[in-house]
Design a protein around this ligand. Structure first.
Ligand code: YXS
Length: 268
């Protein structure tokens, strides 16, 4: 079994193994665990190694006492100048696929605020356990960024349409109580009990038959993620997304964040 210290990436993630349970902690406080190419690469590698080690359950968390679970996609790394900002090869998309195809339950343990692509990351986990400090916001309209269809499927596979539209169209943070009511989280527990509750659930699942668990997870993954779409419809969707990610508004949204000012969108 690989020593978990080999998967440590100081300043990005820390990794630990407790028999059949792997724990990954996001650990880049300076950038509020922004999902950079490097951090996503470390996460994807950790999942691949856990699968090779026959780890049965993975807990994905932020390092202790971080007020921000993750600030979402690293905005400074978003492709500009007319390139799809969430392409199939984007490191975040690769990590989402690694989580959704991992042959066992992945549990998101959430203390603190979750932003943008990190919300997609949390919803790509199989279960979400959160405490009263947890908030969830999906924020592409703050940047002028046309979210991708695969990502929207991650939301439609979990939440009601009117809830998804409120989340995407307001970019507002849902607090922990709302997250429970809307089905974003499985359990809302006091912060002092979050780790114990999450690890107890992980141990319960790790004691079940791993081949049956993997088969059931893969079937659920296929049933939710592989929705047929006609070629012409897909091309029409891509055309509407291209108009957005080639727009001056998208460039303005990213520039405003980097310049720490409010964006001014003109619909062009
Ligand atoms: O100024 P320095 O160098 O210290 O860096 C600051 C921030 O620029 C940096 N940082 C980020 N860098 C890149 N990408 C990010 N998403 C990001 N978020 C933060 O971290 C340093 C500390 O940030 P600061 O001073 O704002 O911390 P704070 O504690 O006052 O506020 C924490 C947040 C999370 C409330 C605040 O940083 C924030 O609002 N961040 C942006 C959250 C967000 O909108 N994320 C969505 C990213 S785009 C995405 O995920 C998808 C593509 S989509 O757009 O579709 O949702």
């Amino acid at each position: 079994m690989t020593d978990s210290s080999e998967m440590e990436k100081p300043g990005l993630i820390s990794v630990s193994v407790d028999e059949y349970i792997g724990v990954i902690a996001l650990r880049n406080p300076a950038k509020r665990n922004a999902l950079s190419r490097d951090l996503m690469g470390a996460l994807t590698d950790a999942f691949a190694r856990f699968a090779a080690q026959k780890i049965r359950v993975v807990v994905l968390r932020a390092a202790p006492d971080m007020k921000v679970w993750s600030a979402g996609h690293d905005i400074g790394e978003l492709p500009q100048a007319g390139r799809d900002p969430l392409s199939y090869a984007d490191p975040l998309e690769e990590t989402l696929r690694a989580i959704r195809s991992f042959p066992g339950p992945v549990v998101a343990m959430v203390h603190g605020s979750v932003w943008g692509g990190a919300f997609d990351l949390v919803l790509s986990c199989d279960l979400v356990i959160a405490d009263e400090t947890a908030t969830f916001a999906i924020t592409p309209v703050n940047l002028g960024l046309p979210y991708n269809t695969t990502g929207l499927l991650h939301f439609t596979g979990r939440l009601r349409a009117n809830v998804i539209k409120e989340l995407f169209f307001t970019a507002a943070s849902a607090n922990a109580d709302t997250a429970l009511e809307w089905g974003i989280i499985n359990h809302l527990v006091p912060a002092a009990e979050l780790e114990a509750h999450t690890m107890a659930l992980a141990r319960k699942m790790a004691a079940k038959a791993p081949l049956a668990m993997a088969a059931i997870k893969e079937q659920l993954h296929i049933l939710s993620d592989y929705q047929p779409i006609a070629a012409q419809v897909f091309e029409r969707v891509q055309e509407t997304r291209r108009r957005a990610y080639e727009s001056a508004d998208y460039r303005e949204g990213v520039a405003a964040f980097l310049e720490k000012r409010a964006p001014v969108f003109k619909g062009e």
